[in-house]
Ligand binder design. Structure first.
Ligand code: PLP
Length: 372
């Protein structure tokens, strides 16, 4: 249970001003255009969320979750903040906790990349590790009780802490940035799920604005979202932890909103990592593993369009930078240690880019729900 913070409205309004001033100093993330030779009639765009001050799309969520706690009166001047995270959210929350002078604890799987751990500690956060990835939730909740703190609980609150109707959320930002393009309303937006909060925000915004855009959500190999969505089973569980950091969860998280999703894919880890490497090469800078999963989804959506003779645009996200994964997805030694042979999938991804024909060996499964 979250302790009710002593209500200190003067401190709360100072804290909100600090967060607003920080947002004022920051710019909007870039929307990077790209053409791929196999898809001459399709324009591709990558929203580069790695350029936020804390390096990922989670910069937006951390701000929203803390503002939500402040405006609910559950975060006061002496409230330690606690989060369960695979790393990126905790980095961003540690940054904001330091801005507000609050203690911050991150509960992380032991496999979290050392770069993220170093970033959390650099912002003054403390890391608590668990061996079993699904143990992060209970550990974080218990730690918040022991410390008299507030459990931010991104997996439950991501979808409601973000203002889905606009207020410069990521969806509104994408559609604004597309306004002067050849195909301003994307045919597809592609986003992989961690909390599911970003796909929920995008999917709701599409419905709210009555856009014809479809939302594709590619899930990594070890995750519950794909089967839970296909089988409409919110209790579905996946026993093994995801190897693609930031996405793939052992359970259908409460922040994942299944009914706004038009297509889901289940992407093997070799394909996600191969796509990470290929896209990094095309962009001339390294992107993270979840961006590789997004790239597989983008190629699938493009091939669907091409097959139906459609022209238009597709948008996806660069969720974070690959510099965080130099010791994992970009290390051949790590791949060997984890028995991951990505060479065949690299060739397949390059072939899809060149020919415009999707290779189904890049997927474990996929399902599309036609809109009526
Ligand atoms: C690197 C990375 N990519 C993608 C995601 C997924 O975003 P969301 O939690 O909004 O589903 C996360 C979430 O933590 C992440 O850290």
């Amino acid at each position: 249970m979250t302790r009710i913070a002593e209500h200190d409205s003067a401190w709360t309004s100072r804290a909100i001003k600090i967060l607003d001033a920080d947002a004022q100093r920051s710019g909007e993330s870039h929307l990077i255009p790209m053409q791929l030779p196999g898809f001459p009639e399709i324009d591709f765009y990558f929203k580069d969320e790695s350029c936020h001050p804390t390096g990922s799309l989670k910069h937006r969520l951390a701000r929203s979750l803390i503002l939500y706690g402040l405006c609910n009166g559950v975060i006061g001047p002496d409230t330690p903040l606690v989060e369960a995270s695979s790393g990126s959210t905790a980095v961003s929350e540690a940054y904001y906790a330091r801005l507000l002078g609050l203690k911050f604890y991150a509960v992380l799987p032991r496999t979290t990349s050392c770069t993220k751990i170093a970033a959390i500690e650099q912002y003054g956060g403390r890391c608590v590790f668990v061996d079993e990835p699904s143990a992060i939730y209970d550990e974080a909740r218990n730690l918040a009780v022991r410390e008299g703190g507030h459990y931010l609980d991104q997996f439950t609150f991501a979808e409601r802490a973000t203002d889905w109707r606009g207020n410069n959320n990521i969806a509104e930002s994408i559609f604004k940035q597309m306004a002067m393009e050849r195909h301003p309303i994307p045919r597809w937006v592609v986003m992989s799920p961690g909390t599911g909060g970003t796909s929920a925000t995008i999917g709701r915004y599409i419905l709210y604005k009555s856009f014809e855009t479809e939302l594709c959500v590619p899930d990594p190999e070890y995750s519950a979202f794909y089967e839970g969505w296909c089988e409409k089973d919110i209790a579905y569980r996946c026993q093994r932890g995801s190897r693609i950091e930031g996405i793939g969860r052992p359970r259908m998280e409460a922040s994942f909103v299944p009914n706004v999703v038009d297509a889901m894919l289940k992407v093997p880890d070799t394909a996600s990592i191969a796509a990470t490497r290929v896209l990094s090469h095309h962009l001339s800078h390294r992107v993270g593993g979840s961006t590789g999963t997004n790239f597989i989804g983008l190629l699938w959506a493009a091939a669907e369009m091409q097959q139906r003779g459609e022209t238009g645009s597709i948008v996806t996200l660069i969720c974070d930078s690959g510099e965080r994964y130099a010791q994992t997805y970009f290390s051949d030694e790590w791949l060997t240690q984890n028995s991951l042979d990505i060479a065949p999938d690299i060739a397949r991804v390059e072939d899809v880019i060149a020919t415009g024909t999707f290779n189904t060996d890049l997927l474990i499964a996929g399902q599309r729900r036609e809109r009526v």
